[in-house]
Ligand binder design. Structure first.
Ligand code: GLN
Length: 458
Protein backbone atom coordinates (compact mmCIF):
# COMPACT_ATOMS: atom_id res chain seq x y z
CA UNK A 1 0.00 0.00 0.00
CA UNK A 2 1.22 3.50 -0.77
CA UNK A 3 -0.17 6.49 1.02
CA UNK A 4 -1.77 9.10 -1.19
CA UNK A 5 0.62 11.57 -2.72
CA UNK A 6 3.85 9.64 -2.20
CA UNK A 7 3.99 7.88 -5.56
CA UNK A 8 1.69 6.25 -8.07
CA UNK A 9 2.18 2.47 -7.92
CA UNK A 10 3.44 0.94 -11.15
CA UNK A 11 0.75 -0.53 -13.42
CA UNK A 12 0.50 -4.34 -13.62
CA UNK A 13 1.73 -4.53 -17.25
CA UNK A 14 4.94 -2.61 -16.59
CA UNK A 15 5.41 -4.53 -13.35
CA UNK A 16 5.07 -7.81 -15.26
CA UNK A 17 7.53 -6.75 -17.96
CA UNK A 18 10.05 -5.57 -15.36
CA UNK A 19 9.80 -8.79 -13.42
CA UNK A 20 10.27 -10.92 -16.56
CA UNK A 21 13.21 -8.79 -17.67
CA UNK A 22 14.90 -8.91 -14.29
CA UNK A 23 14.69 -12.68 -14.08
CA UNK A 24 15.54 -13.52 -17.69
CA UNK A 25 18.34 -10.94 -17.71
CA UNK A 26 20.41 -13.52 -15.84
CA UNK A 27 20.36 -15.88 -18.83
CA UNK A 28 23.66 -15.76 -20.69
CA UNK A 29 23.00 -18.43 -23.34
CA UNK A 30 23.12 -17.71 -27.04
CA UNK A 31 25.46 -15.98 -29.44
CA UNK A 32 25.21 -12.55 -31.02
CA UNK A 33 25.02 -12.92 -34.82
CA UNK A 34 28.36 -12.24 -36.48
CA UNK A 35 27.90 -13.39 -40.09
CA UNK A 36 26.99 -9.77 -40.74
CA UNK A 37 30.11 -8.27 -39.10
CA UNK A 38 28.41 -5.07 -37.99
CA UNK A 39 25.84 -7.03 -35.96
CA UNK A 40 28.62 -8.58 -33.84
CA UNK A 41 29.13 -5.17 -32.22
CA UNK A 42 25.77 -5.35 -30.44
CA UNK A 43 25.79 -5.33 -26.64
CA UNK A 44 24.82 -8.87 -25.55
CA UNK A 45 23.42 -7.52 -22.29
CA UNK A 46 21.02 -5.06 -23.91
CA UNK A 47 17.52 -6.25 -23.05
CA UNK A 48 14.29 -4.35 -23.54
CA UNK A 49 10.63 -5.36 -23.58
CA UNK A 50 7.86 -3.09 -24.88
CA UNK A 51 4.10 -3.47 -25.09
CA UNK A 52 1.66 -1.24 -26.95
CA UNK A 53 -2.04 -1.65 -26.24
CA UNK A 54 -4.99 -1.05 -28.57
CA UNK A 55 -5.56 2.32 -26.93
CA UNK A 56 -2.01 3.26 -27.89
CA UNK A 57 -0.63 3.08 -24.37
CA UNK A 58 3.06 2.08 -24.12
CA UNK A 59 4.53 -0.09 -21.40
CA UNK A 60 8.33 -0.22 -21.34
CA UNK A 61 10.96 -2.14 -19.42
CA UNK A 62 14.72 -1.91 -19.93
CA UNK A 63 16.47 -1.00 -23.18
CA UNK A 64 13.46 -0.16 -25.29
CA UNK A 65 15.02 2.89 -26.97
CA UNK A 66 18.27 1.27 -28.14
CA UNK A 67 18.39 1.42 -31.95
CA UNK A 68 19.20 -1.71 -33.98
CA UNK A 69 18.59 -2.93 -37.53
CA UNK A 70 15.19 -4.54 -38.01
CA UNK A 71 16.50 -7.50 -40.07
CA UNK A 72 13.92 -10.24 -40.62
CA UNK A 73 11.30 -8.53 -38.48
CA UNK A 74 10.78 -6.43 -41.61
CA UNK A 75 9.50 -9.46 -43.52
CA UNK A 76 5.87 -9.59 -42.35
CA UNK A 77 5.45 -5.85 -42.95
CA UNK A 78 6.84 -5.93 -46.47
CA UNK A 79 4.68 -9.01 -47.08
CA UNK A 80 1.71 -6.86 -46.02
CA UNK A 81 2.69 -4.28 -48.62
CA UNK A 82 2.95 -6.97 -51.32
CA UNK A 83 -0.49 -8.33 -50.34
CA UNK A 84 -1.93 -4.82 -50.48
CA UNK A 85 -0.37 -4.32 -53.93
CA UNK A 86 -1.25 -7.64 -55.55
CA UNK A 87 -3.76 -9.54 -53.42
CA UNK A 88 -3.28 -12.92 -51.74
CA UNK A 89 -3.75 -15.16 -54.79
CA UNK A 90 -1.17 -13.38 -56.93
CA UNK A 91 1.34 -13.29 -54.06
CA UNK A 92 0.80 -17.00 -53.26
CA UNK A 93 1.61 -17.89 -56.85
CA UNK A 94 5.06 -16.40 -56.28
CA UNK A 95 5.72 -17.21 -52.60
CA UNK A 96 4.11 -20.20 -50.92
CA UNK A 97 2.79 -20.11 -47.32
CA UNK A 98 4.03 -23.40 -45.88
CA UNK A 99 6.27 -23.58 -42.81
CA UNK A 100 9.61 -24.79 -44.11
CA UNK A 101 10.83 -26.41 -40.90
CA UNK A 102 14.22 -25.15 -42.02
CA UNK A 103 16.63 -22.40 -41.07
CA UNK A 104 15.94 -18.82 -42.19
CA UNK A 105 18.69 -18.92 -44.79
CA UNK A 106 17.88 -22.38 -46.15
CA UNK A 107 17.30 -23.09 -49.84
CA UNK A 108 13.58 -23.68 -49.19
CA UNK A 109 12.45 -23.84 -52.79
CA UNK A 110 9.72 -25.96 -54.37
CA UNK A 111 11.19 -28.63 -56.63
CA UNK A 112 10.55 -27.74 -60.24
CA UNK A 113 9.23 -24.21 -59.84
CA UNK A 114 11.76 -22.78 -57.39
CA UNK A 115 8.93 -21.08 -55.51
CA UNK A 116 10.11 -20.26 -51.96
CA UNK A 117 8.36 -21.99 -49.04
CA UNK A 118 7.11 -18.86 -47.28
CA UNK A 119 7.79 -15.12 -47.01
CA UNK A 120 9.34 -15.36 -43.53
CA UNK A 121 12.54 -17.13 -44.68
CA UNK A 122 15.14 -15.20 -46.68
CA UNK A 123 14.31 -16.78 -50.05
CA UNK A 124 10.63 -15.88 -49.71
CA UNK A 125 11.40 -12.43 -48.38
CA UNK A 126 13.66 -11.65 -51.34
CA UNK A 127 10.87 -12.55 -53.76
CA UNK A 128 8.39 -10.55 -51.65
CA UNK A 129 10.62 -7.47 -51.86
CA UNK A 130 10.79 -7.89 -55.65
CA UNK A 131 6.98 -7.88 -55.84
CA UNK A 132 6.54 -4.37 -54.40
CA UNK A 133 5.17 -2.29 -57.25
CA UNK A 134 7.49 0.61 -58.17
CA UNK A 135 9.08 2.14 -61.28
CA UNK A 136 12.64 1.47 -60.06
CA UNK A 137 14.70 0.14 -57.15
CA UNK A 138 14.97 3.49 -55.36
CA UNK A 139 11.21 4.02 -55.48
CA UNK A 140 10.67 0.42 -54.34
CA UNK A 141 12.86 0.91 -51.30
CA UNK A 142 11.21 4.24 -50.52
CA UNK A 143 7.79 2.54 -50.51
CA UNK A 144 9.14 -0.13 -48.16
CA UNK A 145 10.71 2.45 -45.83
CA UNK A 146 7.51 4.50 -45.82
CA UNK A 147 5.45 1.39 -45.07
CA UNK A 148 7.67 0.35 -42.15
CA UNK A 149 7.52 3.95 -40.90
CA UNK A 150 3.71 4.00 -41.05
CA UNK A 151 3.61 0.78 -39.04
CA UNK A 152 5.99 2.32 -36.46
CA UNK A 153 4.23 5.68 -36.42
CA UNK A 154 7.43 7.63 -37.03
CA UNK A 155 9.91 8.21 -39.84
CA UNK A 156 12.49 5.38 -39.86
CA UNK A 157 15.93 5.56 -41.48
CA UNK A 158 18.62 3.11 -42.59
CA UNK A 159 21.63 2.10 -40.53
CA UNK A 160 24.12 2.60 -43.37
CA UNK A 161 26.89 0.74 -41.56
CA UNK A 162 24.79 -2.37 -41.15
CA UNK A 163 23.68 -2.09 -44.77
CA UNK A 164 27.26 -1.80 -46.04
CA UNK A 165 28.31 -4.69 -43.82
CA UNK A 166 25.56 -7.00 -45.08
CA UNK A 167 26.07 -5.91 -48.68
CA UNK A 168 29.75 -6.78 -48.34
CA UNK A 169 29.09 -10.24 -46.93
CA UNK A 170 25.67 -11.20 -48.29
CA UNK A 171 26.80 -13.83 -50.80
CA UNK A 172 24.49 -16.49 -49.45
CA UNK A 173 21.44 -14.32 -50.13
CA UNK A 174 22.80 -13.41 -53.57
CA UNK A 175 23.28 -17.10 -54.27
CA UNK A 176 19.71 -17.81 -53.18
CA UNK A 177 18.45 -15.05 -55.45
CA UNK A 178 20.41 -16.34 -58.45
CA UNK A 179 19.10 -19.86 -57.81
CA UNK A 180 15.56 -18.52 -57.81
CA UNK A 181 16.08 -16.47 -60.93
CA UNK A 182 17.56 -19.55 -62.60
CA UNK A 183 14.45 -21.49 -61.63
CA UNK A 184 12.21 -18.67 -62.84
CA UNK A 185 10.73 -17.85 -59.42
CA UNK A 186 12.53 -14.50 -59.09
CA UNK A 187 12.06 -12.02 -61.88
CA UNK A 188 14.17 -8.89 -62.33
CA UNK A 189 17.62 -7.54 -61.63
CA UNK A 190 19.10 -9.77 -58.92
CA UNK A 191 21.63 -7.19 -57.76
CA UNK A 192 18.99 -4.48 -57.34
CA UNK A 193 16.51 -6.77 -55.62
CA UNK A 194 19.04 -8.13 -53.13
CA UNK A 195 20.36 -4.63 -52.35
CA UNK A 196 16.82 -3.45 -51.71
CA UNK A 197 16.29 -6.44 -49.43
CA UNK A 198 19.53 -5.61 -47.53
CA UNK A 199 18.43 -1.98 -47.12
CA UNK A 200 15.05 -3.17 -45.88
CA UNK A 201 16.82 -5.35 -43.27
CA UNK A 202 18.97 -2.36 -42.21
CA UNK A 203 16.10 -0.05 -41.33
CA UNK A 204 16.75 1.20 -37.82
CA UNK A 205 14.19 0.60 -35.07
CA UNK A 206 13.89 0.26 -31.30
CA UNK A 207 11.95 -2.30 -29.28
CA UNK A 208 9.40 0.47 -28.61
CA UNK A 209 8.98 0.94 -32.40
CA UNK A 210 8.56 -2.79 -32.97
CA UNK A 211 5.85 -2.96 -30.31
CA UNK A 212 3.89 -0.26 -32.16
CA UNK A 213 4.36 -2.15 -35.44
CA UNK A 214 3.10 -5.38 -33.89
CA UNK A 215 0.22 -3.52 -32.23
CA UNK A 216 -0.80 -2.16 -35.63
CA UNK A 217 -1.16 -5.72 -36.93
CA UNK A 218 -3.04 -6.70 -33.76
CA UNK A 219 -5.33 -3.71 -34.32
CA UNK A 220 -6.45 -4.81 -37.78
CA UNK A 221 -3.97 -2.58 -39.63
CA UNK A 222 -4.77 0.68 -37.84
CA UNK A 223 -1.80 2.15 -35.98
CA UNK A 224 -3.11 2.62 -32.41
CA UNK A 225 -0.77 5.57 -31.83
CA UNK A 226 -1.38 7.61 -34.96
CA UNK A 227 -4.83 6.31 -35.93
CA UNK A 228 -3.57 5.83 -39.50
CA UNK A 229 -4.94 2.85 -41.45
CA UNK A 230 -1.66 1.33 -42.62
CA UNK A 231 -3.19 -1.75 -44.25
CA UNK A 232 -6.71 -3.12 -44.59
CA UNK A 233 -7.95 -5.56 -41.95
CA UNK A 234 -8.02 -8.65 -44.22
CA UNK A 235 -4.33 -8.09 -45.01
CA UNK A 236 -3.50 -7.81 -41.30
CA UNK A 237 -5.29 -11.13 -40.74
CA UNK A 238 -3.30 -12.80 -43.55
CA UNK A 239 0.01 -11.49 -42.24
CA UNK A 240 -0.75 -12.62 -38.69
CA UNK A 241 -1.68 -16.09 -39.95
CA UNK A 242 1.65 -16.34 -41.77
CA UNK A 243 3.51 -15.19 -38.66
CA UNK A 244 1.71 -17.82 -36.59
CA UNK A 245 2.82 -20.69 -38.83
CA UNK A 246 6.19 -19.49 -40.13
CA UNK A 247 7.44 -16.63 -37.94
CA UNK A 248 10.05 -18.54 -35.97
CA UNK A 249 11.58 -20.69 -38.72
CA UNK A 250 12.23 -24.23 -37.52
CA UNK A 251 10.98 -23.36 -34.04
CA UNK A 252 7.58 -22.19 -35.30
CA UNK A 253 5.61 -25.23 -34.14
CA UNK A 254 6.90 -25.28 -30.56
CA UNK A 255 6.44 -21.52 -30.41
CA UNK A 256 2.78 -21.65 -31.39
CA UNK A 257 2.25 -24.47 -28.92
CA UNK A 258 3.80 -22.63 -25.98
CA UNK A 259 3.30 -18.92 -26.62
CA UNK A 260 0.34 -19.24 -28.97
CA UNK A 261 0.90 -15.93 -30.75
CA UNK A 262 1.82 -14.83 -34.28
CA UNK A 263 5.44 -13.70 -34.05
CA UNK A 264 8.54 -12.80 -36.03
CA UNK A 265 12.20 -12.80 -35.11
CA UNK A 266 15.31 -11.28 -36.62
CA UNK A 267 19.05 -11.94 -36.34
CA UNK A 268 19.81 -8.60 -34.69
CA UNK A 269 17.87 -9.85 -31.65
CA UNK A 270 14.46 -8.33 -32.26
CA UNK A 271 11.34 -10.40 -31.71
CA UNK A 272 7.72 -9.31 -32.03
CA UNK A 273 4.41 -10.93 -31.26
CA UNK A 274 0.85 -9.72 -31.78
CA UNK A 275 -2.17 -10.57 -29.67
CA UNK A 276 -5.18 -9.68 -31.85
CA UNK A 277 -7.34 -6.91 -30.39
CA UNK A 278 -5.14 -6.80 -27.30
CA UNK A 279 -1.55 -5.71 -27.81
CA UNK A 280 1.70 -5.74 -29.70
CA UNK A 281 4.83 -6.80 -27.84
CA UNK A 282 8.50 -6.64 -28.77
CA UNK A 283 11.78 -7.71 -27.23
CA UNK A 284 15.34 -6.69 -28.03
CA UNK A 285 18.09 -9.00 -26.82
CA UNK A 286 20.87 -9.85 -29.31
CA UNK A 287 22.11 -13.33 -28.24
CA UNK A 288 20.49 -15.95 -30.50
CA UNK A 289 19.75 -19.64 -30.26
CA UNK A 290 20.77 -22.06 -33.01
CA UNK A 291 17.59 -21.29 -34.98
CA UNK A 292 18.51 -17.59 -35.06
CA UNK A 293 15.87 -16.47 -32.56
CA UNK A 294 16.64 -14.26 -29.56
CA UNK A 295 17.11 -16.57 -26.55
CA UNK A 296 15.73 -14.16 -23.98
CA UNK A 297 13.22 -12.89 -26.50
CA UNK A 298 11.58 -16.28 -26.99
CA UNK A 299 11.48 -16.87 -23.23
CA UNK A 300 10.24 -13.37 -22.42
CA UNK A 301 7.39 -13.46 -24.91
CA UNK A 302 6.38 -16.98 -23.88
CA UNK A 303 6.22 -15.82 -20.27
CA UNK A 304 4.36 -12.63 -21.14
CA UNK A 305 1.84 -14.68 -23.09
CA UNK A 306 1.25 -16.94 -20.08
CA UNK A 307 1.17 -14.10 -17.60
CA UNK A 308 -1.40 -12.06 -19.52
CA UNK A 309 -3.26 -15.16 -20.84
CA UNK A 310 -2.72 -14.28 -24.50
CA UNK A 311 -2.54 -17.77 -26.06
CA UNK A 312 -4.63 -17.69 -29.26
CA UNK A 313 -6.30 -20.98 -28.53
CA UNK A 314 -7.68 -19.77 -25.21
CA UNK A 315 -11.44 -19.89 -25.09
CA UNK A 316 -12.33 -16.20 -25.27
CA UNK A 317 -14.65 -14.57 -22.77
CA UNK A 318 -18.13 -14.36 -24.25
CA UNK A 319 -21.19 -13.40 -22.21
CA UNK A 320 -21.18 -9.96 -23.75
CA UNK A 321 -24.80 -10.31 -24.88
CA UNK A 322 -27.63 -9.91 -22.44
CA UNK A 323 -31.19 -10.56 -23.48
CA UNK A 324 -32.90 -7.87 -21.43
CA UNK A 325 -36.50 -8.66 -22.35
CA UNK A 326 -38.38 -11.57 -23.85
CA UNK A 327 -42.06 -10.76 -23.79
CA UNK A 328 -45.01 -9.95 -26.06
CA UNK A 329 -47.11 -6.89 -26.91
CA UNK A 330 -49.70 -8.27 -24.50
CA UNK A 331 -47.45 -7.53 -21.49
CA UNK A 332 -45.68 -4.59 -23.09
CA UNK A 333 -48.08 -2.84 -25.50
CA UNK A 334 -47.19 0.43 -27.19
CA UNK A 335 -48.54 3.69 -25.75
CA UNK A 336 -50.45 4.49 -28.96
CA UNK A 337 -54.07 5.50 -28.15
CA UNK A 338 -56.57 2.83 -29.28
CA UNK A 339 -60.34 2.65 -29.14
CA UNK A 340 -62.05 0.08 -26.92
CA UNK A 341 -62.49 -2.53 -29.69
CA UNK A 342 -58.81 -2.33 -30.73
CA UNK A 343 -57.67 -2.48 -27.12
CA UNK A 344 -59.74 -5.60 -26.60
CA UNK A 345 -58.25 -7.30 -29.68
CA UNK A 346 -54.71 -6.44 -28.60
CA UNK A 347 -55.38 -7.70 -25.10
CA UNK A 348 -56.53 -11.02 -26.55
CA UNK A 349 -54.04 -11.38 -29.43
CA UNK A 350 -51.09 -9.28 -28.27
CA UNK A 351 -49.07 -12.41 -27.64
CA UNK A 352 -48.86 -12.92 -31.40
CA UNK A 353 -46.31 -10.06 -31.30
CA UNK A 354 -43.11 -11.36 -29.75
CA UNK A 355 -40.60 -8.88 -28.36
CA UNK A 356 -36.93 -9.69 -27.84
CA UNK A 357 -34.58 -7.00 -26.54
CA UNK A 358 -30.83 -7.45 -26.22
CA UNK A 359 -27.74 -5.41 -25.46
CA UNK A 360 -24.01 -5.92 -25.88
CA UNK A 361 -21.99 -7.04 -28.88
CA UNK A 362 -22.82 -9.64 -31.50
CA UNK A 363 -20.24 -12.14 -32.66
CA UNK A 364 -20.92 -15.74 -33.64
CA UNK A 365 -21.70 -17.09 -30.17
CA UNK A 366 -23.86 -14.19 -29.04
CA UNK A 367 -25.81 -14.19 -32.31
CA UNK A 368 -26.36 -17.91 -32.10
CA UNK A 369 -27.74 -17.46 -28.58
CA UNK A 370 -29.89 -14.49 -29.59
CA UNK A 371 -31.40 -16.35 -32.53
CA UNK A 372 -32.28 -19.28 -30.27
CA UNK A 373 -34.04 -16.85 -27.94
CA UNK A 374 -35.94 -15.49 -30.93
CA UNK A 375 -37.02 -18.98 -32.00
CA UNK A 376 -38.32 -19.75 -28.51
CA UNK A 377 -40.15 -16.44 -28.29
CA UNK A 378 -41.93 -16.65 -31.65
CA UNK A 379 -45.70 -17.25 -31.78
CA UNK A 380 -46.94 -19.72 -34.41
CA UNK A 381 -47.01 -18.15 -37.91
CA UNK A 382 -48.50 -15.84 -39.03
CA UNK A 383 -47.19 -13.52 -36.33
CA UNK A 384 -44.92 -10.60 -35.52
CA UNK A 385 -41.46 -10.15 -34.11
CA UNK A 386 -40.00 -7.00 -32.60
CA UNK A 387 -36.25 -7.48 -32.39
CA UNK A 388 -35.02 -4.61 -30.27
CA UNK A 389 -31.26 -4.24 -30.75
CA UNK A 390 -30.95 -0.55 -29.99
CA UNK A 391 -28.42 -1.19 -27.27
CA UNK A 392 -26.35 -3.61 -29.30
CA UNK A 393 -23.14 -1.66 -29.72
CA UNK A 394 -21.29 -3.77 -32.26
CA UNK A 395 -22.10 -6.51 -34.74
CA UNK A 396 -19.37 -8.59 -36.37
CA UNK A 397 -19.57 -9.20 -40.12
CA UNK A 398 -20.42 -12.88 -39.89
CA UNK A 399 -22.95 -12.16 -37.17
CA UNK A 400 -24.73 -9.57 -39.31
CA UNK A 401 -25.03 -12.14 -42.08
CA UNK A 402 -26.48 -14.75 -39.69
CA UNK A 403 -28.97 -12.25 -38.37
CA UNK A 404 -29.97 -11.00 -41.81
CA UNK A 405 -30.47 -14.53 -43.13
CA UNK A 406 -32.65 -15.57 -40.20
CA UNK A 407 -34.86 -12.50 -40.41
CA UNK A 408 -35.30 -13.10 -44.14
CA UNK A 409 -36.34 -16.69 -43.43
CA UNK A 410 -38.88 -15.52 -40.85
CA UNK A 411 -40.46 -13.12 -43.33
CA UNK A 412 -40.73 -15.89 -45.92
CA UNK A 413 -42.34 -18.13 -43.28
CA UNK A 414 -45.16 -15.66 -42.65
CA UNK A 415 -43.82 -13.34 -39.96
CA UNK A 416 -43.61 -9.59 -40.09
CA UNK A 417 -40.38 -8.42 -38.51
CA UNK A 418 -39.64 -5.01 -37.00
CA UNK A 419 -36.05 -4.32 -35.96
CA UNK A 420 -34.64 -1.44 -33.98
CA UNK A 421 -30.91 -0.93 -34.15
CA UNK A 422 -28.18 1.65 -34.23
CA UNK A 423 -27.84 2.86 -37.77
CA UNK A 424 -24.48 1.32 -38.62
CA UNK A 425 -25.63 -2.04 -37.33
CA UNK A 426 -28.91 -1.95 -39.21
CA UNK A 427 -26.99 -1.16 -42.39
CA UNK A 428 -24.60 -4.05 -41.79
CA UNK A 429 -27.40 -6.59 -41.41
CA UNK A 430 -29.88 -5.20 -43.94
CA UNK A 431 -29.47 -6.21 -47.59
CA UNK A 432 -31.29 -4.95 -50.64
CA UNK A 433 -34.45 -6.95 -51.10
CA UNK A 434 -34.82 -7.69 -47.39
CA UNK A 435 -38.41 -7.36 -46.35
CA UNK A 436 -37.97 -6.73 -42.66
CA UNK A 437 -38.30 -3.18 -41.47
CA UNK A 438 -35.96 -1.04 -39.41
CA UNK A 439 -37.46 1.38 -36.86
CA UNK A 440 -36.01 4.25 -34.90
CA UNK A 441 -37.14 2.86 -31.54
CA UNK A 442 -38.87 0.00 -29.81
CA UNK A 443 -42.09 2.00 -29.18
CA UNK A 444 -42.56 2.64 -32.92
CA UNK A 445 -41.73 -0.97 -33.76
CA UNK A 446 -44.32 -2.37 -31.33
CA UNK A 447 -46.96 0.16 -32.47
CA UNK A 448 -46.33 -0.80 -36.12
CA UNK A 449 -46.82 -4.50 -35.37
CA UNK A 450 -50.00 -3.71 -33.45
CA UNK A 451 -51.31 -1.67 -36.38
CA UNK A 452 -50.55 -4.54 -38.75
CA UNK A 453 -52.28 -7.04 -36.44
CA UNK A 454 -55.34 -4.80 -36.18
CA UNK A 455 -55.36 -4.19 -39.95
CA UNK A 456 -55.35 -7.92 -40.52
CA UNK A 457 -58.43 -8.12 -38.35
CA UNK A 458 -60.08 -5.09 -40.04
N1 GLN B 1 19.37 -9.66 -43.33
C1 GLN B 1 19.41 -10.96 -42.72
C2 GLN B 1 19.73 -12.00 -43.78
O1 GLN B 1 19.20 -11.91 -44.86
C3 GLN B 1 18.06 -11.25 -42.13
C4 GLN B 1 18.01 -12.62 -41.54
C5 GLN B 1 17.24 -12.67 -40.26
O2 GLN B 1 17.02 -11.70 -39.59
N2 GLN B 1 16.85 -13.87 -39.88
O3 GLN B 1 20.52 -12.88 -43.56
Amino acid sequence: MTSAGTHIPVDPVTAGLREIRERLGRITDGEVANYIPELARADPDAFGIAVVSMSGHRYLAGDTDVAFSIQSVSKPFVYALALADLGLDAVLRRVNAEPSGEAYNAISLEPGTGRPANPMVNAGAIVTTSLIVAPDAAARFERIRACLSAFAGRDLDVDEQVYASEAATGDRNRALAYLMRGAGSLVGDVHEIVETYFRQCSVRVTAADLAVMAATLANGGVNPLTGVTVIQEPVAVQVLALMATCGLYDEAGAWLLRAGLPAKSGVSGGLIAASPARLGIAVYSPPLDVAGNSVRGVKALTEASERFALHLMHRPLQQTLTVTDRSTAREHPSARPRDAAATAILRRDGRRIAIVSAQGTLEFTETERLLNEVRTALPPAPGWLVLDLERVTHVAKGAAAMLGATLGDLVRSGYEVAVTAQESMAKEAHRDGDTWTVFAGREQAVAWCEDRLLAGRG
